[in-house]
Ligand binder design. Structure first.
Ligand code: ADP
Ligand code: MG
Length: 480
């Protein structure tokens, strides 16, 4: 543990000398394994990172170690994954997890950090944990779920999102007074979460003690279930009903859950009557969410409903540029155009493609160019839009030479469990299915298994190169 503390100090020093993208790509999943006068052994997750650290960063590491009182004759990089508990602890002490450049997964890591469904929250329900520090513990509790990465400043306004942007700005300026509730709806990856989180950040910037609560509806459901189990219903109700701003993301997942809709109905009324602001998002308008209670449906349209559309080409170009700048990369215009014209509907995918390109160039020491972009992303455009859940499950089974019945059946052998978990992960990331739906596709009753599986794979992908290439290969075959 002493080594971990030392390494965290070293990482802290290194972090401020590098760009965020570089730091995350090369250093985040490293650990100090051993340290003597002779040598320092550092665990790295894969061969690329090993080579890069040896080639480019060895002297920076040596200098930073010396600065922190450690001089060794040699530094050795060893490919070995960093235990998950260490990574979790680092995240706990560092606050919200930063965005991660990942070549295979473009959504999950970011989502888990912003959507609030993180591993630690499922170890014990969030509401019932002891606050980590006594100072400002209430403010701390209410800051949960808001990621300061999402601001108005780094949101590009253009056709498709300008109305939503204007409404969110008006709300940030006068919460609870205008559009209440605000109901934003639209397709996947077009900036709903970004915008509604930006409202939270803007309000907190003006008034740090404001009780801003952000949850995804799935998290709301999970907490409600936990509250019942731990007999903390009142705490649950009090927590949500004392918010100044309540943001519930992806509300469509409340569909079909009667008890929770009832609870939410009361929360909604309490807040609305007290003129507290409510913001909701969904992938479809209130009228099209199936099995949503009529009384909720009618309330959702009391304020203002706004349809967010895919941004146009110019807006997409500007988004690519601002994201590249956040990695301190100046991208040539033709590459910006290439990305923006090839990925049209989903900004998250657009961002994923950019990250993939930047990580690739970084690893190979190349400048981003059209040639690299085409060779890397060329086949991404050929992807068909409609893949079925069953196809995903079948491909996962086939990749691991399993029978479909095995993966759908009750067996818990290790060599069946992993492919099953990967299938769940891909159902979530490729098709954005809800957890109950994922469980159902795999013949499981309990949706928490699906939740844990997705979390597990998401976490593991950040350090397990083998797993990353497996998921990559399955995807290739799926879209071939
Ligand atoms: P949704 O919630 O609609 O599925 P997100 O808000 O998660 O989408 O957006 C996906 C990604 O795209 C995020 O990283 C977000 O920052 C980015 N993004 C979407 N729209 C914009 C925009 N107009 N300007 C800057 N970034 C954007
Ligand atoms: Mg979202």
């Amino acid at each position: 543990m002493q080594q971990e503390r030392l390494w965290q100090t070293v990482l802290g020093d290194i972090e401020i000398t590098l760009s965020r993208g570089n730091y995350i790509t090369w250093f985040k999943n490293t650990a100090l394994l051993k340290q003597t006068d002779e040598q320092v052994i550092i665990a790295v997750p894969n061969i690329f990172i090993k080579q890069q650290l040896e080639k480019k960063y060895a002297s920076l590491i040596a200098e930073t170690l010396t600065k922190n009182g450690v001089t060794a004759r040699s530094i050795i990089f060893k490919i070995q994954s960093v235990p998950q508990n260490i990574i979790n602890e680092r995240q706990e002490s560092a606050g919200p997890a930063p965005a991660i450049i990942s070549s295979t997964d473009t959504t999950a890591t970011q989502r888990s950090s912003t959507a609030g469904i993180s591993t630690k929250q499922h170890q014990a329900p969030r509401l019932f944990q002891q606050p980590r520090s006594n100072t400002n513990s209430l403010a701390h509790a209410y800051r949960q779920g808001i990621n300061d990465r999402y601001t108005f400043e780094n949101f590009i306004v253009g056709s498709g999102n300008e109305l939503a942007y204007a409404a969110c700005q008006a709300i940030a300026a006068h919460p609870g007074e205008k559009y209440n509730p605000l109901f934003l709806y639209g397709g996947v990856g077009i900036g709903k979460t970004h915008l509604i989180q930006a409202v939270g950040n803007a309000i907190l910037a003006k008034k740090p003690e404001a009780r801003v609560v952000y949850v995804t509806s799935e998290q709301f459901v999970q907490e409600f279930v936990d509250a019942l189990r731990f007999k903390k219903n009142t705490d649950f109700a009090d927590y949500y009903r004392s918010a100044d701003l309540l943001i519930v993301d992806d509300i469509q997942f409340l569909a079909g859950k009667e008890k929770i809709q009832e609870e939410f109905f009361h929360t909604f009324n309490a807040l609305h009557q007290a003129s507290k602001q409510i913001i909701l998002s969904s992938d479809k308008p209130p009228g099209e969410i199936p099995t949503l209670e009529e009384r909720l449906r009618s309330r959702f349209v009391w304020g203002m409903s706004i349809d967010m559309q895919t941004p146009d080409f110019e807006t997409r170009c500007a988004i690519v540029q601002i994201k590249a700048e956040s990695h301190t990369v100046n991208l040539p215009n033709d590459v910006v155009d290439y990305l923006a014209s090839n990925i049209q509907t989903n900004i998250r995918e657009l961002e994923g493609a950019l990250n993939q390109l930047l990580a690739f160039c970084e690893m190979r020491g190349l400048e981003p160019s059209i040639a690299v972009a085409t060779s890397l992303l060329g086949n991404a455009q050929a992807r068909p839009k409609h893949i079925t859940p069953r196809q995903i499950v079948e491909h996962c089974a086939r990749y691991y030479s399993l029978k479909l019945d095995d993966i759908l059946g009750p067996k818990r052998d290790k060599d069946i469990v992993l492919p099953r978990q990967i299938a769940m992960y891909m159902l979530r990331n490729e098709l954005h299915l809800s957890f109950p739906k994922i469980a159902q596709e795999l013949g499981r009753k309990d949706h928490t298994t699906a939740m844990h599986s997705v979390e597990k794979i998401t976490a593991e992908l950040s350090f397990n190169q083998l797993l990353r290439s497996a998921v990559h290969d399955i995807k290739e075959q799926l879209y071939a």
